[in-house]
Write a protein that binds this ligand. Structure first.
Ligand SMILES: NC(=O)C1=CN([C@@H]2O[C@H](COP(=O)(O)OP(=O)(O)OC[C@H]3O[C@@H](n4cnc5c(N)ncnc54)[C@H](O)[C@@H]3O)[C@@H](O)[C@H]2O)C=CC1
Ligand SMILES: CC(C)CC(=O)C(=O)O
Ligand SMILES: [Mg+2]
Length: 351
């Protein structure tokens, strides 16, 4: 078993380091190899996703990813910006299903942005489509006839793209509480109308799952008003990106939400995938030892479970995280004082 480790930029290497310390402590004999990605790769090699990084990722059983994003790269042509590395990996490896679980850990109810009785009920899974939508459409700048500058981005979904993520959503719901909420903007967008039509077609194959549809603006409001109503939410790339950051604050912090990006490829051990915290490179706190590594440690647990077939080890990691939080070891993002390494130490001590 071999994993690729792509720490990336900003707090990416800081949070990845803590997850790797946990992996070392588990002593599972997993081989790993690290490569540059994002701004770090651009500065060293002239491209955010060098061919050798992609090749390493492709040849692995699973990828542990930190974060990309570097303010010194913000003026580069878009195809050279750090963010293109994660978009490129998702697309090149056909990782179209992004699972983002959001659950309140015991002891964190009082640290949510919501009232404890509202936050305490959260146990949901966002299934975000990851290979299509406006993120991957044609885009550009042009000048209008009146001489104004105009930016444009093409939003689209094909039937097959919606169908495969709909199946992922329904299957996820079957493994949980059998409720699926499909989030779109079908009252305004044709892309969303097709999304809704195809989700309804696919629903015929899952009579045991209760399907509802919700417009994205209402979904954002409902996630704050009554997040306990959601079991599985399936949605497009853009809406899922935004709603998952929102959901993270409902459970306490963006530093808590892990993710798995999966496709259809099976390895000898499980489903091939990429695992990353949902947050970015957080340049505002990078290098200060303040980043919460829990989202990355929990992403490691997802890697162990989904890609390496090591469910027991994954349970151990998740239980150690839960105990650490219940014991009140919290980062500044959750109102505590623990730094990145201190949180890692606390998880290691409870493994
Ligand atoms: N998958 C990826 O690699 C992603 C990359 N990005 C990139 O990251 C860069 C920064 O983007 P932002 O919009 O600022 O989003 P961000 O998620 O990096 O940070 C947003 C806020 O949350 C805080 N935060 C994030 N992670 C944290 C953690 N683990 N512990 C404590 N606090 C944490 C940050 O300090 C900041 O105040 C940009 O270049 C962006 O494009 C953004 C999201 C995802
Ligand atoms: C940086 C972007 C490409 C994506 C993003 O914000 C995310 O995947 O959460
Ligand atoms: Mg995001």
């Amino acid at each position: 078993m071999k994993i690729a480790v792509l720490p990336g930029d900003g707090i990416g290497p800081e949070v990845t380091r803590e997850a790797l310390r946990v992996l070392d402590a588990l002593d599972l004999g997993i081989e790993r190899e690290e490569a540059l990605v994002g701004g770090a790769a651009y500065h060293a090699k002239g491209h955010p996703l060098p061919p050798e990084t992609l090749a390493l990722a492709e040849a692995s059983d699973g990828i542990l990813f930190g974060a990309v994003g570097d303010p010194t790269c913000d003026a580069l042509e878009r195809h050279l910006r750090p963010e293109q590395a994660i978009l490129g990996l998702r697309k090149a490896l056909t990782l179209f299903a992004n699972l983002r679980p959001a659950k309140v850990f015991a002891g964190l109810e009082d640290h949510s942005a919501l009232r404890p009785e509202v936050a305490g009920a959260i146990d949901l899974l966002i299934v975000r489509e990851l290979n299509g939508d406006v993120y991957f459409g044609e885009k550009g700048f042009r000048t209008t006839p009146s001489g104004e500058r105009e930016g444009w981005d093409m939003m689209s979904y094909s039937e097959s793209e919606v169908r495969r993520i709909a199946h992922a959503g329904f299957r996820a719901a079957q493994g949980r509480n059998k409720r699926l909420c499909s989030v779109d903007k079908a009252n305004v967008l044709e892309t969303s109308q097709l999304w809704r039509d195809v989700v309804i077609e696919v629903s015929a194959q899952y009579p045991d799952v209760a399907l509802e549809h919700m417009y994205v603006d209402n979904a954002a409001m409902q996630l704050v008003k009554n997040p306990g109503q959601f079991d599985v939410v399936v949605t497009g790339n853009l809406f899922g990106d935004i709603l998952s950051d929102l959901a993270s604050m409902c459970v306490g912090s963006i530093g808590m939400l892990a993710s798995a990006s999966l496709g259809e490829r099976q390895t000898a051990h499980g489903t091939f995938g990429l695992y990353e915290p949902i947050h970015g490179s957080a340049p505002d706190i990078a290098g200060k030892g303040l980043a919460n590594p829990m989202a990355t440690i929990l992403s490691l647990a997802m890697l162990l479970r989904h890609s390496l077939g090591l469910a027991e080890a994954a349970d151990r990691v998740e239980a150690a995280v839960a105990r650490t939080l219940a014991d009140g070891v919290l980062g500044r993002d959750l109102g505590g004082t623990a730094g990145t390494t201190e949180i890692g130490d606390a998880v290691l001590a409870r493994l």
